[in-house]
Design a binder for this molecule. Structure first.
Ligand SMILES: Nc1ncnc2c1ncn2[C@@H]1O[C@H](COP(=O)(O)OP(=O)(O)OP(=O)(O)O)[C@@H](O)[C@H]1O
Ligand SMILES: [Mg+2]
Length: 259
């Protein structure tokens, strides 16, 4: 059985079909890429998967459960976490607190017990802090734990976003252009990190990325969107030589030459 099954999903904004007839199946443990030119509908697909938008057509089944209509926090609790194309950290909080907040959103501890400062609150708080520190270590961010998130270099902010997403304990991790704005060395390190956390936490990963070399290098299968439609699905080798894909990307290069 697939861990994630997207059946004929789509959404329309005004008259624009941002995504339509989208089908996707991801098995547990896979690392899958989602690519396509600018405006193809990649981020919108993530928004459909995570409850930001309710699909106007089709179904999203995760772990045997239908997700349509769930709010984003309910999707997170079902086991899907994501990062954002535009980094969304709490800039005025410390690096450590950014990860702790992600834990808090899941904690069994009630708001009441934290207001009353019951003993259980303190012990859970301590456990959260220790776990958050463990994540920061994995991501090489522990030395920055007391720094405000907004003061981190850009590449480190991207890593912190992933650490936060992981703190929610997902089965499926969605990464929206995690290497955007990174230099080649940072990108290379990030790829190794993604491979590591996948093994370490038994994750299934769906990755949006513009850097072709990167996608082709680490993904086992790739889906390609263009103008809101799935135009290809297959291994990196098959995708690389697929005429429809080449055409979609040639269009983009020509367009950006004139930009
Ligand atoms: N909330 C919205 N309201 C109206 N149109 C939207 C909305 N969200 C996305 N769109 C449109 O849907 C299309 C797909 O956008 P999307 O952001 O998913 O593309 P993308 O593949 O992620 O592109 P990029 O590579 O630039 O990030 C675009 O035409 C975009 O303008
Ligand atoms: Mg996008």
């Amino acid at each position: 059985m697939a861990l994630l099954e997207v059946k004929n999903a789509g959404i329309t904004f005004g008259g624009l079909k941002a995504v339509s007839g989208f089908n996707m199946e991801i098995r547990e443990g896979e690392l899958v890429g989602l690519i396509g030119p600018n405006g193809a509908g990649k981020t919108t697909s993530f928004n459909l998967l995570t409850g930001v938008y309710t699909p106007s057509e089709g179904d999203i089944i995760f772990n045997g459960k239908r997700l349509n209509g769930l709010a984003p926090y309910q999707v997170t609790r079902s086991g899907i976490s994501r990062t954002f194309q535009n980094i969304r950290l709490f800039g005025e909080l410390t690096v450590l607190d950014n990860v702790k907040v992600a834990y808090h959103s899941l904690a069994k501890n009630s708001i009441l017990s934290s207001i009353l400062r019951l003993p259980r609150h303190f012990s859970e708080e301590k456990i959260m802090e220790e776990k958050s520190l463990e994540f920061l270590e994995i991501f090489g961010l522990d030395q920055y734990k007391d720094e405000l998130a907004k003061n981190l270099p850009y590449g480190q902010q991207r890593r912190l976003e992933i650490a936060r997403a992981l703190a929610a304990g997902p089965k499926l991790l969605l990464l929206d252009e995690p290497a955007a704005g990174m230099n080649p060395q940072e990108t290379h390190d990030l790829m190794e990190l993604i491979a590591f956390i996948r093994k370490q936490f038994g994750l299934t990963i769906l990755l949006i990325e513009h850097d072709m070399q990167l996608v082709m290098g680490i993904c086992e299968r790739i889906y390609v969107l263009d103008h809101g439609q799935l135009i290809a699905e297959g291994t990196p080798e098959a995708i690389r030589s697929n005429p429809k894909v080449i055409e979609a990307y040639l269009g983009e290069e020509v367009a950006s030459d004139h930009a």
